[in-house]
Design a protein around this ligand. Structure first.
Ligand SMILES: Nc1ncnc2c1ncn2[C@@H]1O[C@H](COP(=O)(O)OP(=O)(O)O)[C@@H](O)[C@H]1O
Ligand SMILES: [Mg+2]
Length: 149
């Protein structure tokens, strides 16, 4: 037995060791008025656990981005009770937030002449993110944004 690796000794019933740092983590949320707050908490906890080198400003920016994208998924990308998903995805040079919803219509930056109280969310994302976009997925789309490390 001495030649066996520790992993080989792990019993099937043991809890999995958890993802090594650097893997994307995905969580599904039910679309309701409390979901944006839950998304913010999820992203903050995830970054605290997996990304200790980020500055407070980077963490705040990622949480604000996640909040805006989740608010849009709740408002435009789902019906109440539908699900949407949030992914925190580390890459060597950025941390990426993705919000997946089941509506195929893509978001669009509203220009200044549109109603003033509306249309700020994606401008905030545009200012804080190094890059953002929306990508079609088999059942809807993912809206994503990256903050540089
Ligand atoms: N997840 C989404 N699905 C479909 N359309 C979206 C989505 N997110 C944003 N949009 C569209 O992009 C516009 C701009 O979004 P945003 O800047 O966040 O402004 P607001 O949420 O205040 O309308 C929205 O008014 C909407 O038409
Ligand atoms: Mg918005």
């Amino acid at each position: 037995m001495a030649h066996m690796q520790p992993d080989a000794l792990r019993k099937c019933s043991d809890p999995p060791p958890g993802p090594p740092p650097g893997l994307p983590v995905r969580k599904v949320f039910r679309s309701d008025p409390e979901a944006a707050g839950k998304v913010r908490r999820f992203v903050r906890e995830q970054l605290a656990k997996e990304e200790p080198a980020l500055t407070c400003e980077q963490v705040d920016n990622l949480c604000l981005i996640a909040s805006e994208l989740a608010t849009n998924a709740i408002r435009y990308g789902t019906e109440p009770g539908d699900s949407f998903a949030v992914v925190v995805l580390p890459t060597p040079d950025e941390v990426r937030i993705e919000v997946w919803d089941p509506v195929r219509r893509l978001p669009r930056l509203r220009n200044d002449s549109d109603e003033r109280a509306r249309g700020r969310g994606l401008h905030i994302v545009d200012r804080l993110a190094a890059r953002w976009n929306a990508t079609e997925r088999p059942f809807g789309k993912a809206v994503w944004a990256e903050v540089a490390r």
